[in-house]
Design a binder for this molecule. Structure first.
Ligand SMILES: *Cc1c(COP(=O)(O)O)cnc(C)c1O
Length: 495
């Protein structure tokens, strides 16, 4: 039988917590860590852009799960030794590979503070949610979306595309996909995007059960924008064949060349065909912040949904993307569930209006909004727009410098912030040219000089420079070209 007091005071269990036993010692370590972090940013220009993780570090990290801890001090020392020196490199002024944002010093502070609050942003009534709502309101203002639009901060544009296409699929299918799945929805749903659209769109189609083949890859014109005539024809043909077109995905900044589809024309095609108009604007969409870039994006304000990243062209720390859905009600209807353990109340912590778990697949969510809020408050949209314009000017400067150098070939005239070029020599075959340029990029990265990436443009292997970097200066691009030419010539001699 249980007694009222099962244990005497003497046998009180020895309870512990995971907090520091000595807060003063913790404070000292934390200040040291923060100083190290600040040093790493302040001195980043003097560091190699990238260096491979050496075998010693790899071996060290490849250990069995520790049954006994070594304490914070030693853990931190191991971090300093084995992890800290080997970042991706995108904090460096000469990192231009793929599309990697730089992050900011202020964003780092926001991350520390968000970790201290450790908010769960799935829902309930607390400060973080008001910040996320505000950030989403700002996004609606930035893109000219209505106040009752839906939105959610997510890990990135891959997730944002998936969420937007889920809403589009459910809205346009006619059937009740949430209850019946795709079996209940005939005929087959098909979507359209340019051949240059990002693979995350195809991945979303696969995850949604629609299949990769149901994404029609429409050919592009010579400037890498979706061919509108072919788009119209494909929609008409699919209709004639008994399929159900439901969505067009316009690209605002393609990953290969930074091309922007004619979004106004795509919007018109969607309207006259009753199709969902989604824009993948992972990096390019935020071009609207620059009065110079804005005209290129005309039509984006008519989208039914937009996916974009803060961690690319707003320089916010990884990870943070966003999806906006014009019809906020539809957005909620796609994901909202109300199990009894998530009951909403009028008062207390379970109140507070919108719960973000109703707008996407995730229930527990971190406080991503804080670093976005910090960035927008610290700099404002005007300065961020000027930084975006500066990156575009740098792309044009780089393109002009490439045109002036006889050993280099500019493969595409940059529209935004992406430059594709290559080293050429009359003695080289096509394959040799491709191989040599691949080698040049690997050399640049391994020597820690610069980190462009590669892609293929019109069948030619390209050295690709995507500038979403607020630390780059013109001298950095000049240094890149000097080294490309030098490595190219050295490799020619060695061949
Ligand atoms: C980067 C990118 C994506 C994917 O975004 P993540 O944030 O990496 O998930 C999608 N589309 C385009 C055009 C991109 O550049």
């Amino acid at each position: 039988m249980m007694s009222a007091r099962p244990e005497s005071i003497d046998s009180e269990p020895c309870e512990f917590s995971l907090d520091p036993q000595n807060w003063e010692a913790f404070r000292n370590l934390a200040h040291r860590a923060l100083d190290d972090a600040i040093d790493s940013l302040e001195n980043v220009r003097q560091q190699p852009v990238w260096q491979p993780v050496p075998p010693a570090a790899r071996n060290h990290l490849n250990e069995d799960v520790p049954a006994e801890g070594i304490g914070l001090e030693q853990t931190y020392e191991q971090f300093r030794q084995w992890i800290f020196p080997y970042p991706t490199g995108n904090i460096h002024p000469r990192f231009w590979g793929w599309v990697h944002g730089t992050g900011t010093a202020g964003g780092m502070i926001a991350e520390v503070l968000a970790a201290a609050m450790n908010s769960n942003c799935g829902g309930r009534d607390h400060g973080a949610l008001y910040v996320e709502r505000t950030v989403l309101e700002w996004c609606k203002q930035i893109f000219g979306f209505p106040v009752d639009a839906g939105g959610l901060l997510v890990s990135g544009t891959s997730m944002a595309n998936l969420i937007a296409l889920t809403v589009a699929r459910n809205a346009k299918s006619g059937g009740n996909i949430r209850q019946s799945g795709l079996l209940g929805s005939q005929p087959r749903l098909v979507a359209y995007a340019s051949a240059e659209a990002h693979e995350s769109v195809a991945k979303a189609m696969e995850i949604l059960g629609l299949g990769n083949r149901s994404l029609r890859r429409i050919a592009v014109t010579r400037d890498f924008r979706i061919d509108l005539d072919q788009l119209r024809r494909a929609i008409a043909e699919d209709r004639e064949n008994g399929l159900q077109p439901f969505c067009v995905i316009g690209s605002a900044g393609t990953v290969n060349t930074g091309a922007v589809d004619d979004l106004q024309a795509v919007a018109d095609i969607c309207r006259s065909n009753d199709l969902w108009f989604h824009v993948d604007g992972a990096f390019g969409a935020l071009g609207v912040l620059s009065p110079e870039v804005l005209p290129l994006l005309k039509g984006i304000e008519q989208a039914d949904s937009i996916a974009f990243d803060f961690h690319k062209w707003m320089y916010v720390q990884y990870d943070c993307g966003c999806v906006l859905v014009r019809d906020g009600k539809r957005h909620g209807e796609t994901f909202c569930t109300r199990p009894n353990y998530l009951q909403r109340l009028d008062r207390g912590l379970a109140g507070g209006g919108t719960w973000f778990c109703d707008y996407g697949p995730e229930l527990s969510r971190n406080f991503r909004a804080l670093k976005v809020w910090f960035t927008l408050k610290q700099f404002g949209t005007a300065q961020l727009g000027r930084m975006i314009a500066q990156n575009c000017h740098q792309a044009r400067y780089l393109a002009a410098s490439i045109r002036d150098l006889p050993d280099l070939e500019l493969l595409v005239e940059p529209t935004l912030n992406i430059v594709c070029f290559r080293f050429v020599d009359a003695s080289l075959s096509k394959e040799q040219t491709d191989d040599l340029n691949c080698t040049i990029v690997a050399e640049l990265q391994e020597k820690g000089i610069a980190a462009p990436s590669t892609t293929t443009v019109n069948g030619k292997l390209a050295i690709r420079v995507a500038i979403t970097n607020h630390r780059s200066r013109r001298e950095d691009f000049s240094l890149l070209l000097v080294n490309v030419v030098q490595f190219g010539k050295q490799l020619l001699v060695a061949a």
